[in-house]
Design a protein around this ligand. Structure first.
Ligand SMILES: Nc1ncnc2c1ncn2[C@@H]1O[C@H](COP(=O)(O)OP(=O)(O)O)[C@@H](O)[C@H]1O
Ligand SMILES: O=P(O)(O)O[C@H]1O[C@H](CO)[C@@H](O[C@H]2O[C@H](CO)[C@@H](O)[C@H](O)[C@H]2O)[C@H](O)[C@H]1O
Length: 691
C-alpha cells in the first residue's frame, strides 16, 4: 500500500494504447488497481488535448508560460458514458499543470503580515478543476465547447468537451448539490434549512471571469472555482459567516461542494458554491459607465455603496477574528508594499520615476507605527471594485459578490485580517477607472463619487478619510498593482492607473493628509500633472475607448481577451506522499455504477450566448444613476434597478420548494491524496478583538 506517486504525465509522452503501453504515465511503484489504471489511461489520453485547450481558457492563470506536464490529483466519474448510448458522460478532474518560471500577473509575494517568498519563483503547478463531457458525437450547438478527441485510451474516438456548456451535464451538478452526499473525494453539502428546486434550466455565463459560473433558472448561480487549492475558499467562508450574522448584503451560499483529499492535510478544497442569483441586477461598473455616458452624477449610488460596504465590514468584524496592527505589523505591511512597488517597477519602466515618491506613503505608515499608532485589521472583501457590487433589480440595494480576494494571491494571504481601508481604497480607485474609461473629462465626477462613498461608509463604520495615511498607502498599493495588471493584460489601460500614480506621487505630505472633500459642493481638483516621461502614458487610446463601448481589448493574452486573473506565487512542486490504507498518492477514477445516464435530463440546446456585459468593461445598456441623473434614457432601455435610497428591504434569498428526490449518484470514499500545498495562516499578531 505504498503506491505513493501522483500520476504525472510529462508532455511529449503521448499515449499509445492501454495501460502500460509506451507513453503511459509514470508511477514509482506498480500496483494492480483498476481505478488507478483507469486514471492512468485517462490522463494519458487527455494530455495532448489539455496541453492545447487549457492555456486557451480565460480562467487559466499561467498564460504565457509553457506547460511541461500534468499530474492527476483526482478523477471522478459523475456520470458514466456508455458508447453508443447517445447520452453524455461527465468526468470531474483535478489536474495540476506544471509550469516552469515565475508566475505571471501580479507583483511578487504580497503578504501582509508575513515575510514574502522569493521574488523569482522556480515554477508553479497549479491545480485546476475540469468538468469534461464525453459523447460519441457532439451536437452542433456544442461545437464551441470541444476539447478534442483522444486517439486512444479509455476515451479513444469519443469527443471530450467543456461539460458546463452542456445543459444536461450542468443540470446534473445542480442535482448533486440539491441532495447532500459524497462521491469519491467529492462532498456535496447543502446549507441547513435550505431547499433547492429541481429542474432549473442551466445557462453557462459568458462573462469574463476568473472562474466559471452557471445560472439555474434565474434562481441560483453556481460558481466553479477553476484554480483550486486546499482550504476553504473565502468566497464560501465569508458569505456563510455574513449570513449567520443576518447580513443581507451578500447572497448566502445555499450549497457547495469540496474535494476531501486526506494527504492535503485534511483541508477540504472548495470546488464550487451555489448561491441565490440576483436577476436583472446591474454591476457598479456598468452603472457608473452608464451614468457617465449621459453625464449623470453617481454620488447617490456611491453613497449607498459606501453604506453597503461598511455594513459588510461591520458584520465581518463581528463574525470573524480581528487583530490589532502595532509597530511590527505596520512596519511589515509597509515593507510588503515597498516590495510590491519594487517588483512592479522592475517590470513596468513607467513606474520608475515615481518609485521614490510613492515609497513615502509606505514609510509614513511605518513611521506612525513606530510612534505608537495602531490600526485594526479584520477579514475584508480583498478585491473590491465596482464590478463586485451588484445593484439588485428587486429592491435597488447594493449587494457585494466575489469574496475570493485577489485570486492571484495565495489562499493563506487572502484569509488574513487586513485593514478595511484596503477595500475602501479598491473602490476609490474604481471610481477613477470609471471616470477615465467613461471620459468624465476632469476630476469632479470621481471626486464626488469618492467623497460620497466615504460619506456613506462613515455613516455606518467610521470615516475612512480620518485615516488618510492608511488610505493613501493602500490606494498607492492598489494603483501599483493596477499598473502591473494593466501592463500585462490591457496595455491600453495603463494610463488609467498611471494617472493615479502621478497624483499619489505628487501629493505632498500635507496634501495626503487632507481629507477627501465632501461630496456636496466639492470643487474639482486640477488635473494631475505628469512628472516625467512615461511610456504609454497618453489618454486611453482608441482601443480602450472602443472597449468602453463594448469592444474587447485587442492586446490581451493569447485568447485575445484581457485576462482577469493574476498569478500564483507559491511554488508547489509535485511530491509523492501518502499513507492511507488504500492507494496513497494514487489518483483514482471514481464512478458510480448506479448512474446509467439513461434518465439524464432531456437534451437542451446549449445557450452559450450570454447577454450580460463583460465585467471588465463595457456597459452596453445605458443605465444612468437614477439617484442623480435626470437625463432621459434611450427609448426602450430596460430599467432593472432603482435607487437604493428608495428601498431598504432585504432581498430574499430564493430557495425553491422542498424536493425529496434522492441523488442519482452514490458515494465512493477512496481518498485521492496528492500533496500538501500552502501553509496555515499566520498567527494573528495580536489576539485582541475589534471592540
Ligand atoms: N448572486 C449573483 N447574482 C447575479 N449575478 C451574479 C451573482 N454572482 C455573480 N454574478 C455575476 O457573475 C459574474 C461573475 O461572478 P464572480 O463571483 O465575480 O466570478 P469570478 O470570481 O469568476 O470573477 C459577476 O460579474 C456577475 O455578473
Ligand atoms: O475582478 P478580478 O478579481 O479578477 O480583478 C482583476 O480584474 C479587474 C478588471 O476586471 C481589475 O480591476 C481594475 O479594472 C476595473 C475596470 O475594469 C476597475 O473597476 C478596478 O478598479 C481596477 O482595479 C482588478 O484590478 C484585477 O485584480
Amino acid at each position: 500500500m505504498t503506491d505513493a506517486a501522483p500520476l504525472h504525465t510529462p508532455l511529449g509522452e503521448s499515449p499509445a494504447g492501454p495501460a502500460g503501453a509506451r507513453g503511459a504515465p509514470r508511477r514509482t511503484a506498480a500496483r494492480a488497481d483498476t481505478d488507478h489504471e483507469a486514471g492512468e489511461r485517462l490522463l494519458a489520453s487527455l494530455v495532448p488535448l489539455l496541453a492545447e485547450w487549457l492555456p486557451r481558457q480565460r480562467w487559466f492563470a499561467g498564460k504565457g508560460r509553457p506547460i511541461t506536464g500534468f499530474t492527476l490529483v483526482a478523477a471522478t466519474e459523475l456520470l458514466p458514458h456508455r458508447a453508443g448510448a447517445g447520452a453524455p458522460g461527465l468526468l470531474h478532474l483535478l489536474v495540476r499543470a506544471q509550469q516552469p518560471g515565475p508566475p505571471a500577473g501580479h507583483p511578487a509575494g504580497s503578504d501582509l503580515l508575513e515575510p514574502s517568498g522569493p521574488a523569482v519563483l522556480p515554477g508553479t503547478d497549479d491545480c485546476y478543476q475540469l468538468l469534461l463531457g464525453v459523447q460519441d458525437v457532439l451536437p452542433p450547438q456544442l461545437a464551441h465547447a470541444v476539447v478534442g478527441r483522444p486517439h486512444s485510451g479509455p476515451l479513444g474516438g469519443r469527443t471530450v468537451y467543456e461539460g458546463l456548456a452542456d445543459p444536461r451535464l450542468a443540470a446534473l451538478l445542480l442535482e448533486r448539490l440539491r441532495v447532500p452526499g459524497r462521491l469519491g473525494p467529492l462532498r456535496f453539502t447543502r446549507e441547513e434549512g435550505v431547499t433547492i428546486s429541481a429542474g432549473l434550466t442551466p445557462r453557462l455565463l459568458g462573462a469574463e471571469q476568473s472562474n466559471s459560473s452557471v445560472v439555474y433558472g434565474e434562481t441560483y448561480i453556481l460558481k466553479l472555482f477553476r484554480r483550486v487549492c486546499p482550504g476553504t475558499n473565502p468566497d464560501l467562508e465569508l458569505p456563510r459567516a455574513l449570513a449567520a450574522t443576518g447580513c443581507a448584503r451578500v447572497p448566502a451560499p445555499a450549497a457547495w461542494f469540496e474535494a476531501e483529499l486526506p494527504d492535503e492535510g485534511g483541508a477540504a478544497m472548495t470546488l464550487g458554491v451555489l448561491q441565490p442569483y440576483l436577476p436583472g441586477s446591474a454591476d457598479g461598473w456598468q452603472l457608473a459607465l452608464s451614468a457617465l455616458a449621459v453625464r449623470a452624477d453617481f454620488a447617490a449610488s456611491a453613497r449607498a455603496l459606501g453604506h453597503a460596504t461598511a455594513e459588510v465590514h461591520l458584520a465581518l468584524a463581528e463574525a470573524m477574528p480581528t487583530v490589532v496592527l502595532r509597530r511590527p505589523q505596520l512596519e511589515h505591511l509597509a515593507a510588503a508594499m515597498t516590495r510590491r512597488l519594487d517588483t512592479a517597477a522592475n517590470a513596468v519602466p513607467a513606474l520608475r520615476p515615481y518609485r521614490a515618491a510613492l515609497r513615502g506613503a509606505y514609510e509614513e505608515l511605518a513611521a506612525l507605527g513606530r510612534a505608537g499608532r495602531t490600526w485594526h485589521a479584520q477579514r475584508i472583501h480583498g478585491d473590491l471594485h465596482l464590478g463586485q457590487a451588484l445593484r439588485t433589480a428587486e429592491d435597488g440595494r447594493w449587494a457585494l459578490i466575489d469574496f475570493e480576494g485577489e485570486p492571484a494571491r495565495p489562499l493563506a494571504e487572502r484569509c488574513r485580517p487586513q485593514p478595511a481601508a484596503r477595500d475602501v481604497a479598491g473602490m476609490l480607485r474604481s471610481f477613477d477607472y470609471a471616470a477615465a474609461v467613461g471620459r468624465a473629462g476632469g476630476s469632479a465626477w470621481p471626486e464626488r463619487a469618492r467623497a460620497a462613498f466615504c460619506e456613506g461608509y462613515a455613516s455606518v463604520h467610521g470615516d475612512p478619510r480620518e485615516e488618510p495615511q492608511l488610505l493613501r498607502a493602500h490606494e498607492t498599493d492598489k494603483a501599483v498593482y493596477e499598473v502591473f495588471y494593466e501592463a500585462r493584460h490591457r496595455p491600453e489601460w495603463l494610463p488609467v492607473p498611471m494617472s493615479a500614480i502621478r497624483r499619489l506621487a505628487g501629493a505632498s505630505a500635507d496634501e495626503a493628509s487632507r481629507p477627501v472633500p465632501a461630496a456636496t459642493g466639492a470643487r474639482a481638483r486640477p488635473a494631475p500633472r505628469g512628472t516625467g516621461a512615461c511610456p504609454g502614458e497618453s489618454p486611453p487610446g482608441r482601443r480602450a475607448q472602443d472597449a468602453a463601448r463594448g469592444a474587447s481589448c485587442a492586446t490581451g493574452p493569447a485568447d485575445g481577451r484581457p485576462s482577469r486573473t493574476g498569478y500564483a506565487p507559491t511554488p508547489a512542486p509535485s511530491r509523492a506522499v501518502g499513507d492511507t490504507p488504500e492507494a496513497p498518492g494514487t489518483p483514482r477514477l471514481y464512478h458510480d455504477a448506479r448512474d446509467s445516464g439513461a434518465d439524464a435530463a432531456p437534451p437542451h440546446a446549449a445557450d452559450p450566448a450570454d447577454t450580460r456585459p463583460s465585467r471588465t468593461g463595457y456597459a452596453t445598456t445605458p443605465a444612468p444613476d437614477r439617484a442623480v441623473g435626470s437625463t432621459p434614457e434611450p427609448p426602450g432601455t430596460p430599467r432593472p434597478y432603482h435607487d437604493a435610497r428608495d428601498a431598504d428591504t432585504t432581498p430574499p434569498h430564493a430557495a425553491g420548494p422542498a424536493d425529496a428526490r434522492p441523488s442519482r449518484t452514490g458515494y465512493a470514499t477512496t481518498p485521492a491524496p496528492d500533496r500538501a500545498v500552502g501553509g496555515a495562516d499566520a498567527a494573528p499578531p495580536d489576539g485582541a478583538r475589534h471592540p
